[in-house]
Design a protein around this ligand. Structure first.
Ligand code: ADP
Ligand code: ZN
Ligand code: ZN
Length: 734
């Protein structure tokens, strides 16, 4: 037999399949990890297919050197998913295959953890000890009796209590046997065996569950307001499939994988749950992966990359907070988790549930147009009202002489909240590293005349740029609308806010959560648990505080600068603002205390705020989808970015020009299919010493074919040392 092997060479342009003779290893099949001779070395590779014949002349055909594991590391289903991704996203097979196993496994750095277990040998169990242990050998006698009573014990434990030399003596004479046994490093969170009975479902939850159960092999959008109890519905769906002897996968944004969430799943499903997230050690990750592979763990809970977990026989896949941008992988290999999950679900013939309080416009569109099934939960579990939101016009504050970061209303509500001993969250809306330019007197924001997205201020060149078309504009020194010179750019920093608050409330504990304070591994969990234990009464933070955290004593949420994401230079800016603000606001008043939200904005009349205040997602969607249709943005078009980067600027430009010229030819006569097509410098011109140039295309028709033409052009002109990536509907264009 011949095995087609993909060799695992990092940073190389090699993505070819090589043929090797496999006759020495009759058990090896597709998905096995092997060592193969390559050049003068042996390197790791994956068998992607077996076949009968090869075109390679017999004298040149090399043999597989060894098989690395006694099982295939990539099962047939995952192999299918990999092929799908290679085709869909134009990726190298080796990069995709790597996603499917723990990275440390590839470099051979993690091994199975084994420990030595000692036990009395069977033939010495029923004998009279005087036959083989001298009465003076007290230590040996102690060990013998102890082991006989307790059964097998780890050698390390025995040695803590008893003489190591006596144990060695017993082992050497065969009275005690010591065996290496494999052990799993399971990351336990709390007591996993006290299973919790499920909640009694609310009427709304049972209706949702029933509806979900009526579907098979579908993608279902579960739209449930914050606090409607989606988690319980997910868990019921999971219980269902377990009863059918199937497995389940639930994906959650990394940042929401808190001990709270993990404990909820552990206490319900016990050892059946395997958890995959970045906080695990290499050994733990490897062991969780093996528990999944062996079928020992039947429920996988994890972040984005857990979509590649080696579960078999999936009965359901759930993507919680489906609108979250982290589901788009933005570095190589680039992929969209929903599409990968959907492919797996279709292969297994199971349902895929996308859940959110604020679905992405694209997902909701799919639900509205019948591609997905829509299931809704419109009220909170405790039937409590959604928090009341007050909008504060910050231009008015400036006009009235308040130049501070906090409005008068937020100040007074915060005073009140602190007096009552409740907790407050102050949210600083901040995203990416770009900033916009805005008039503080009238709220005017500089926008691109062609694209209607906010311009981004570039400090290095002191210009404003549009990230969609590359147009450049002069920096404003007065407002073109009201002629005020009170023009602002840049951010409000979390640190600034913390300083301000600690002056006002010297006796109140204040916590800060942002990129700077969460550099270390468990930092963000630390901050959250301190806040939960009421060691502090105010939490100041960025996007990180938004996700699924339940703090019963938070009665006030202050949003300092709601517009920040609104004016982000992105066609999804309004959508993101709706999602962010709704999610943050949802943190207020989760338990029996009602919640209040103060939302500060320089654009109080922007339509997005009206819908947020009314909790009117459907209304917001209608407005937004119309805009998308008129302006030809997704879901009515596909944005493709070809990003070329290279240390040599000229080389990058040359490659870009060749691709661009070829596409210009291809696109002739396709005017109707293409809404936009241009080559330009990337908004961020250099990253880690590589120059970046790009082509942007917006395709309105015949998307698949035109995308394929772009892939072909990229293939034709990619040369060594120049990296070229194609991104579909990327989250950001910097
Ligand atoms: P969502 O994810 O929809 O925002 P959660 O799943 O976090 O909502 O549920 C909100 C709160 O309601 C949680 O504290 C949860 O424990 C509680 N809860 C969920 N279902 C029930 C139920 N059937 N009965 C009582 N409490 C419930
Ligand atoms: Zn103005
Ligand atoms: Zn533009």
């Amino acid at each position: 037999m011949i095995a087609q092997v993909i060799v695992d060479i990092s940073n190389s342009e090699v993505d070819r399949v090589f043929d090797y003779a496999i006759d020495d290893f009759p058990d090896a099949k597709e998905g096995f990890r092997v060592m193969v001779p390559f050049g003068r070395m042996n390197i790791e590779g994956y068998i992607v297919q077996l076949k009968d014949r090869t075109d390679c002349p017999p004298e040149k055909l090399k043999k597989i050197a060894s098989v690395l594991d006694p099982y295939p590391v990539i099962n047939e289903e995952l192999m299918q998913v990999c092929r799908f991704m290679v085709d869909k996203y134009h990726l190298r097979m080796v990069d995709v295959l790597r996603l499917c196993l723990p990275s440390q496994m590839r470099t051979g750095k993690v091994k199975e953890l084994t420990i030595k277990i000692a036990a009395v040998s069977d033939e010495y169990k029923d004998k009279d000890t005087s036959e083989f242990i001298r009465p003076s050998a007290v230590a040996q006698m102690e060990i013998y009796n102890h082991l006989l009573q307790s059964g097998p014990l780890p050698v390390t434990e025995l040695c803590k209590e008893f003489s190591a030399s006596a144990l060695r003596n017993l082992i050497s004479r065969g009275i005690v046997v010591a065996k290496e046994e494999g052990r799993m490093r399971t990351p336990y969170i709390g007591d996993d065996d006290d299973k919790q009975p499920p909640y009694e479902l609310t009427e709304q939850q049972s209706a949702a569950l029933k509806k979900i159960q009526s579907f098979s092999n579908e993608t279902i959008l579960l739209h449930g307001v914050t606090g409607s109890g989606k988690t319980e519905v997910y868990m019921r769906c999971i219980s269902d499939v377990l009863k059918d002897n199937k497995t389940a996968m639930m994906l959650v944004p990394e940042i929401s994988l808190t001990p709270q969430v993990l404990r909820t799943f552990r206490t319900r499903f016990g050892r059946n749950v395997a958890i995959l997230h970045s906080g695990l050690s290499a050994g733990e990750r490897f062991d969780e992966w093996r528990r999944i592979l062996s079928g020992d763990a039947k429920v996988v809970v994890g972040a984005r990359s857990a979509v590649f977990a080696p579960v078999r026989n999936l009965g359901i896949i759930i993507i919680d907070e489906e609108h979250d941008p982290s589901y788009v992988s933005e570095s190589n290999p680039r992929y969209f988790t929903h599409e990968v999950a959907q492919k797996r679900a279709r292969i297994c013939g199971c349902n895929l549930i996308l859940g959110s309080a604020t679905p992405s416009i694209e997902s909701y569109y799919s639900a509205k147009t019948g591609k997905y099934k829509l299931v809704e939960m419109k009220t909170r579990v405790n039937a409590g009202p959604l928090p009341k939101i007050d909008i504060v016009d910050m231009c008015r504050e400036v006009y009235d002489g308040n130049n501070g970061l906090f409005s008068r209303l937020l100040n007074s509500k915060l005073d009140e909240c602190m007096k009552k001993g409740d907790q407050a969250i102050i949210f600083i809306n901040r995203r990416g590293y770009s900033s916009y330019m805005m008039c503080r007197s009238c709220g005017y924001v500089a926008k691109c005349v062609d694209c209607d997205v906010s311009l981004v201020y570039h400090k290095d060149e002191n210009v404003l740029k549009c990230h969609y078309c590359g147009n450049r504009y002069k920096v404003l020194d007065e407002c073109p609308v009201c002629h005020s010179e009170n023009i602002k750019r840049g951010f409000v920093g979390t640190q600034q806010v913390v300083e301000l608050l600690s002056q006002r409330y010297p006796d109140v504990g204040i916590l800060r959560m942002d990129n700077d304070t969460t550099q270390t591994k468990d930092a963000h969990l630390d901050i959250l648990s301190k806040f939960r234990q009421k060691k502090a009464h105010i939490l100041v933070g960025t996007q990180m505080i938004v996700k699924g955290h339940d703090f019963p004593d938070v009665t006030l949420v202050g949003i300092v600068d709601a517009d920040m994401s609104l004016h982000f230079a992105d066609f999804r800016a309004t959508e993101r603002t709706y999602q962010l603000i709704t999610q943050v606001a949802g943190r207020a008043g989760r338990a029996d205390k009602p919640g209040e939200v103060v939302l500060q904005t320089y654009s109080p009349r922007h339509y997005v705020y009206r819908y947020i205040v009314n909790g009117d997602y459907a209304g917001f969607y209608e407005k937004e989808i119309n805009l998308r249709e008129v302006t030809k943005y997704p879901p009515f078009s596909r944005i493709v970015r070809v990003l070329v980067s290279c240390e040599n600027e000229q080389l990058a430009h040359d490659v870009l020009k060749k691709i661009f010229d070829r596409l210009s030819g291809d696109f002739k006569g396709k005017r109707d299919s293409i809404a936009y097509f241009a080559a330009m410098k990337s908004p961020v011109k250099r990253i880690s010493n590589k120059y970046r140039v790009q082509i942007l295309v917006r395709i309105v028709r015949d998307e698949e074919n035109i995308t394929r033409q772009i892939y072909e052009a990229v293939d034709e002109y990619t040369i060594p040392k120049v990296s070229v990536f194609v991104e579909i509907n990327p989250n950001n264009l910097s």
